[in-house]
Design a protein around this ligand. Structure first.
Ligand code: G6Q
Length: 550
């Protein structure tokens, strides 16, 4: 892949943005009455309004030219066909095969991966059906009422987010719990609320070596055996999701109770694999398939639609524009459906772990352009009453994706319209701001004049001109959520391709895992730590002294 900053389209965009940067979004709307019609798109049940970006009709062709010059389409086809585009790990990248419900062959190293994918999914379906129906019984013959997923990162965020987002479709008897952190508090508080005889633990770890997950899993196992006292009972209460059958067996879970996946499924892209087992248990196999179908529809759209009408491509290019040409350091994800409150955290991992890199695919340090933005967010309506202040009037701009559904089936009147009024009002406010003359007129109408008015005036001016995207779906369903997630997965892919990155490795995660292992030994050693810098040695020794009460 070429260095994007050396491409003709990049230079053209730079000149173009310098030309239009002086125009306020208000001017852009005033200059083009058809802006909404021109800058909206709909596919796979998702409607995107991107007219509130700092673009003109000349901007988008330049961005599409950049995508073409970068070879995005060829790289996309290489990914879908099973080529090993994850070059630092020599792996294919095939989360799309996991939702290939049409079952067309997908070849890796000369063999079709579809039969193995289908076989695992069939086992998941059979298992989920028996647990949901009550046919699967715990060791005392009781039915399962609680499911605890033990996993972290990619083995936690996706299932957690999807179960919360789609709780309306959840099984009425099954309570879902998620244990990820190793602070002990989280797993202890879950264990305090459940009954070992009616609980199913899913130990979810691609590698089955992750310290946090294995520590939580051992704690759960000990707690279970302390209560039950019979190792044979484990088979009825512990299942594993992993690629590492040896480690699963060593932990004490029968491989018959293991659901596998493959090294070509990245952790943060694994929701569609057996890592989605909690989602299937909670929502049922049909809804899980609908989630896959929604994602598959987006895959098809991504492959088949021309770049100009391609949702992930358009979203990615706008992100490139905001990051590399307007230099916005961060992207806020603002969902207005409360059920999507964990969607920003999910996207944070997806985007930041994929494109938070500065070494390009050729091993060269990237010096002439910025890569992935800081992605963050929470429930949008809560954000309005917290951090939106800085977004409106702070010293740095932030790009924002607003997400909501049109229908809110469980919302009693007048909740839906009030929520959506806020949603639309915010996108308008970020675009328009409030000018000095508008504030002056408003204050005058309120009866203010003279010095009092002049004093208050500057505080009430809003610059506006903040770029936002608005994504609307009809209702939050398994299909629409599947499409929404896949939209962002492909967006991240397109951006990574243009930035010439390998979006599918995560060496930064590995470093933390390695260092913690060494320090863990030092924490239990009797002698003080000396091998680190003064701060790290000092902190370790301070901790040890205080822990021992010295
Ligand atoms: C995801 C990352 C990371 C990973 C966790 C858990 O892409 O690699 O978040 O998912 O570190 O790893 P295991 O599933 O191997 O326990």
């Amino acid at each position: 892949m070429p260095n994007p900053a050396k491409l003709p389209a990049w230079a053209a965009l730079k000149t173009h943005v310098t030309d239009i940067a002086k125009l306020h979004l208000r001017d852009l709307f005033a200059n083009d009455a058809k802006r909404f019609e021109v800058f909206t798109l709909e596919a796979c049940g998702l409607f995107l309004d991107y007219s509130k970006n700092r673009i003109t009709r000349e901007t988008m062709p330049l961005l599409f030219q950049l995508a073409r010059e970068s070879g995005v389409e060829a790289r996309r086809d290489r990914m879908f066909s099973g080529e090993k585009i994850n070059s630092t790990e020599n792996r294919a990248v095939l989360h799309t095969a996991l939702r290939n419900l049409s079952n067309t062959p997908v070849m890796v190293d000369g063999s079709d991966v579809m039969p193995a994918i289908n076989a695992v999914r069939e086992r998941m379906i059979r298992f989920a059906e028996t647990v949901r129906s009550g046919e699967w019984r715990g060791h005392t013959g009781q039915i399962i009422t609680d499911v605890v997923n033990i996993g972290i990162g990619g083995s936690d965020l996706g299932p957690l987010m999807a179960c919360r987002a789609l709780h309306r479709f959840g099984h009425p008897r099954l309570k879902m719990h998620f244990a990820s952190t190793v602070d002990g508090d989280q797993i202890s508080s879950i264990l305090a609320r459940i009954n070992p005889a009616t609980t199913l633990f899913i130990v979810a770890s691609k590698t089955f070596t992750t310290q946090e997950t294995l520590t939580n899993a051992h704690t759960a196992r000990r707690w279970f055996l302390d209560s039950v006292g019979d190792e044979a009972a484990i088979a009825k209460h512990f299942v594993a999701v992993s690629t590492n059958a040896t480690a699963v067996t060593a932990f004490g879970i029968d491989p018959a109770n293991m659901f596998g996946f493959w090294d070509w499924v990245g952790g943060r892209y694994s929701l569609w694999s057996a890592i989605g087992l909690p989602v299937m248990l909670c929502l049922g196999p049909d809804n899980f398939q609908a989630l896959l179908a929604g994602a598959q529809a987006m895959d098809r759209h991504f492959v088949e639609a021309p770049l100009e009408k391609n949702l992930p491509v358009v979203l990615a290019l706008l992100g490139i524009l905001n990051r590399n040409f307007y230099h916005f350091p961060s992207l806020l994800i603002s969902p207005y459906n409360q059920a999507l409150d964990r969607f920003p955290s999910y996207l944070q991992q997806l985007d930041m772990e994929s494109n938070g890199k500065t070494i390009d695919l050729d091993g060269q340090r990237i010096v002439d352009y910025e890569t992935g933005p800081i992605v963050w967010g929470d429930s949008g309506i809560n954000g309005q009453h917290a951090y939106y202040q800085l977004l409106h009037q702070g010293s740095q701009g932030v790009a924002i994706d607003f997400i909501a559904s049109i229908e809110h089936p469980d919302a009693p009147p007048p909740h839906g319209p009030i929520l959506m009024a806020n949603f639309f009002a915010q996108t308008e406010a970020f675009m328009r701001g409030k000018t000095e003359s508008e504030v002056r007129a408003e204050l005058t109408q309120q009866g203010l004049s003279g010095e009092a008015l002049e004093k208050l005036l500057p505080h009430k001016i809003f610059e506006g001109n903040r770029p936002t995207n608005t994504i609307l779906m009809q209702t939050l369903t398994p299909e629409s959520l599947g499409a929404l997630i896949a939209l962002y997965e492909h967006k991240v892919f397109v951006q990574g391709s243009i930035w010439n990155l390998n979006s599918y490795d995560q060496w930064g995660v590995e470093l933390g895992k390695q260092l913690a292992k060494t320090i863990e030994q030092e924490l239990i050693a009797s002698e003080p730590a000396t091998r680190h810098d003064a701060s790290t040695n000092g902190l370790i020794n301070h901790y040890k002294q205080r822990l021992l009460g010295a």
